[in-house]
Structures are given as C-alpha cells and as structure tokens.
Ligand binder design. Structure first.
Ligand code: KIV
Length: 303
C-alpha cells in the first residue's frame, strides 16, 4: 500500500487515479466545499475529491432540504470552489429537476457545470431508473458519479431522511442500482445511508470506487459534509458524523471578543492604526494651531 504522507507534494486526482486507488485498496477521501476558502482548505489538506454538494441549499442557504436549489445557484458556488481547488477532483452535484425532465436537458445542464463551472465530474442521484440519462451525459464526455441509497432529492417519496436497504427486496434493488450504474460506466458511486453489510457487498461487486456516507467502513472511500465535521450546522449531527472540530464555538468566541474589545475601547490599539509622517503631523499641528488662534481672536468693536 502506498499512502501519500500528509503534506507531501501530490499529483492531480483524476478518474483513473481513483480507480487505481480502489485496485490498490487505498481509501479515497472526499469532502464537500461550497466556497473559495473552504475549497482551498480541503484541497490543501490533501483530500482526493471536492464535492460541491446540493447540501449547500441547507448549509449555505438555510433551506429545509436540497430540493429548491437551482442550477444557477449551484454554478455560483462551483465557480468559487474551482478557484480554490488545485489537485483534488472537482465534482458538481446536479440539483433536483436539472436531469429529471429528459436526457437533452440533463446533458445541457451537466455541460454548464463543466464549461462555466470548471467541474470535472457531475453527480446524479438514482440507480436503474437514471441509467439512460447518465449514459447520455457520459456520452457527452462528462464523467458521472452515481448516488444511491438515501438520496436526499427523493425526500418526498421516501417520506423523510431514512436509512435505506434494510429489507431483502430493498437490498436486491440497491444491488441492481449499483451494478447498472457500474455497467453504464460511472466514475464512482456514492452510497448514502445504508447498512454497512450492504455497502460492503456492493463495493465488492462493482468496479467503480464506492464512496460512503453513513454506509460503514466497507466502502472504497468516505465523504462527509464540511459543515458537519466542523460543527457549523446548528443542530445535532447524524449518527455517522464525526466532529473533528468545534468551529462554531471558535467563531462565537472570536466574535464576542471583538464586540467586547470595541465596546471597551481596547480595539483598535495604536499598533493597529495608520500614522502620519512626523513632518506631515507637524504641519497639521501648525495648521490647527493657526485655526484655533483665529477662532479665539476677540472681535474688534465697531464705533
Ligand atoms: O450534497 C451532498 O453534500 C451530498 C453528499 C452528502 C454525498 O450529496
């Protein structure tokens, strides 16, 4: 196994390097990012794939779910992330409605993410029933990531964010979904919210790398949401989320300290202020002095 040491120079991640990782049993890492600064941090941390997820509808835009976000809104974020990503592979999530009408529409929207946003792959939710559309997008030279299991864009059909693949019938369907995506030539398959045993079975069956979220350790890689691992979501985390930092607490502390410093005149200090040159300062003092003298001069009485 050849693990790239943290901090070592690395190569551009590509569709084929992801496949190679699967073959070499090297775990693939993926995180979401939604803006330039987040993207730079994720990329520079050595993460393999940066996903501009439609989860930004919730994390960045404050919506209840992902359904309302549009292609134009997604593109706005993909462009910002593009400017921050160097080596990681950039995936744009196709939002709900952007590939559900027909294949032409799907290809047109996917091509916008590539041409306007600089994405190197697009992600679409759904298995067997999306295979036709996905084939058209792949035929248009756009790598596609599949996404099955708990697919948030199916929220209304699923009746909530529920773990999928718990019955034998559902497991068989998931397996058909995964193998049909694999045969269609997807570059990787996101497995969300399914029992670890099912995810492990799928991962062993398909040639495309599987990227799990709430799908246990048997996947070829793992993805988490940037805001979840940093505690920026204002709510209790899902079972599968591991919090690596409490950035909300850090930010709150900093904001409160700023407020206290301004109120108590501790900020800004002299060292945080710009200064005039000694010469200009002296000239200014003379000028002010002259003005003061003129103001203080007694008015002359008129007879
Ligand atoms: O939108 C998103 O962030 C996602 C990941 C959770 C896989 O689709």
């Amino acid at each position: 196994m050849s693990l790239t040491p943290i901090g070592a120079p690395r190569h551009k991640v590509t569709v084929s390097s992801l496949r190679e990782k699967k073959l070499q049993h090297e775990s693939i890492t993926c995180l979401t990012a939604y803006d330039y600064s987040g993207a730079r941090l994720v990329d520079e941390a050595g993460i393999d794939m940066v996903l501009v997820g439609d989860s930004l509808a919730m994390t960045m835009l404050g919506h209840e779910n992902t359904l309302s976000v549009t292609v134009d809104e997604m593109l706005h974020h993909v462009k910002a992330v593009r400017r921050g990503v160097k080596d990681a592979l950039l995936i744009a999530d196709m939002p709900y409605g952007s590939y559900h009408v027909d294949s032409k529409d799907a290809v047109r929207n996917a091509a916008r993410f590539v041409k306007e946003g600089g994405a190197e792959m697009v992600k679409m939710e759904g298995g067997e029933k999306r295979v036709d559309v996905i084939r058209h997008v792949i035929d248009a030279e756009i790598p596609v990531a599949g996404h099955i299991g708990l697919t948030p864009q199916s929220l209304n059909r699923m009746g909530g964010f529920k773990v999928q693949g718990k019955t034998l019938t559902d497991i068989e369907q998931l397996m058909r979904d995964a193998t049909s995506l694999d045969r269609a030539g997807v570059a990787c398959i996101f497995l969300e919210g399914i029992p670890r045993e099912v995810a492990e079975m799928i991962s062993g069956e398909v040639s495309a790398p599987t990227i799990g979220i709430g799908a246990g350790p048997g996947c070829d890689g793992q993805v988490l949401v940037f805001h979840d691992i940093l505690n920026l979501t204002f709510g209790p985390p899902a079972k599968f989320v591991r919090r690596y930092a409490d950035i909300a607490a850090e930010i709150t502390h900093a904001l409160q300290a700023f407020r206290a410093d301004v109120i108590s005149h501790q900020y800004p200090a002299d060292s945080e202020s710009y200064h005039l040159s000694a010469e200009t300062r002296q000239s200014l003092e003379h000028l002010l002095e002259r003005k003061r003298n003129m103001r203080n001069r007694r008015p002359v009485a008129v007879e």
